[in-house]
Design a binder for this molecule. Structure first.
Ligand code: ASP
Length: 326
């Protein structure tokens, strides 16, 4: 038996507990202001970030590790059938198959990811196992599924009746034209800064609805959908993944912070790169979130309509991001 295989076998079965969403405060979104907050903090993309933050805060407020906080946080959304762009209940590709992408990164710079994974409700936890139990960073498709099963993850049908109905409706025209903000994305990207000052990040999605079978977006790509450097900060992306991949957005944001930019300036510059380099960018939405070691926050998007949840100083708020195209 190879050492990797033995390693995997020895790991035992995964526990697949779902996290209760807790209460969320989905009041009218606040206007974005780049303000310094004390640690710990959790920040997550879109409205569903509010419920994710509740689970993350549960870990952080007890002195827990940022890595556990981001995993537990995004799992809430992965399990939610009403979020149709992440995990269970996610919209399928154009062949009617739900395929999931996820990545995770810890404070040591370790990273794990899965892409085009089918039938597993919590791709983020599989990504974490890839990070912790294999010598690799990324597993794809059948290989990722095989690994997940070896790790004790149960296979289940992720296509809900609601998603199936919508898909059947879509098939009547098969018109593929993502619409800004309602273009079937709501990926959850989450960053946490724990009480020890460590940063971790997670990103998980079913990707673009009705994508080509086999299409992989930015979300599981370390440096595109998410990147953390514990000496500097972290960033996550959401929106049309192709634009983020072409500019390696999350790495760019963290590197700009490394060069001395504030999180807010860095996310604005990452959007500026898209504007400068990608013709037709106006047709798509992109949103970035960033944090640095000091607990400063940045948020910026191409279009109006991107929001995020920030849990800091004991308060969980939904906040409207500032944006480029006025
Ligand atoms: N970035 C994701 C993708 O392109 C979509 C999203 O953010 O919802 O797959």
């Amino acid at each position: 038996m190879s050492s990797r295989r033995r390693f995997i076998k020895q790991s035992g079965l995964a526990s697949l507990g779902l996290i209760a969403a807790g209460q969320s405060s989905q009041a009218t979104p606040k206007k974005h202001k780049s303000k310094k907050v004390t640690r710990p903090l959790a920040i997550a993309t879109w409205k569903n970030g509010v419920q994710a933050n509740v689970a993350a805060w549960d870990v952080l407020s007890k002195g827990g590790r940022a890595l556990d906080a981001v995993e537990q946080g995004v799992k809430v959304v992965e399990a939610d059938p009403n979020d149709m762009t992440v995990g269970y209940g996610g919209r399928p590709d154009r062949d009617g198959i739900v395929t999931l992408d996820a990545c995770i990164m810890d404070e040591t710079g370790n990273a794990g990811s899965v892409c085009a994974l089918e039938n597993i409700k919590h791709p983020i936890s599989v990504a974490r196992r890839v990070m912790e139990k294999t010598p690799h960073v990324m597993l794809a498709g059948d290989g990722a599924l095989q690994f997940a099963k070896e790790e004790g993850f149960a296979e289940e049908n992720l296509l809900t009746d609601k998603a199936k109905k919508e898909f059947q409706e879509w098939r009547k025209t098969s018109d593929y034209k993502p619409l800004i903000n309602i273009e079937n994305h709501d990926t959850i990207g989450m960053l946490a800064l724990d009480a020890q000052g460590n940063i971790s990040g997670a990103c998980t999605t079913s990707g673009l609805a009705y994508k080509m079978h086999g299409r992989v977006g930015d979300s599981p790509i370390i440096g595109a959908g998410m990147y953390c450097d514990n000496e500097v900060g972290g960033a996550v992306a959401t929106g049309m993944g192709e634009l983020v991949m072409k500019t390696l957005g999350s790495y760019l944001v963290v590197e700009l912070m490394n060069q001395g930019m504030s999180p807010q300036k860095a996310v604005e510059e990452a959007i500026a790169r898209i504007v400068k380099k990608i013709p037709g960018y106006q047709d798509f939405q992109i949103g970035y979130l960033a944090i640095n070691k000091a607990g400063e926050v940045g948020a910026y998007s191409l279009h109006k309509g991107f929001n995020y949840a920030l849990y800091a100083n004991g308060e969980n708020q939904l906040i409207d991001s500032s944006y480029y195209l006025k």
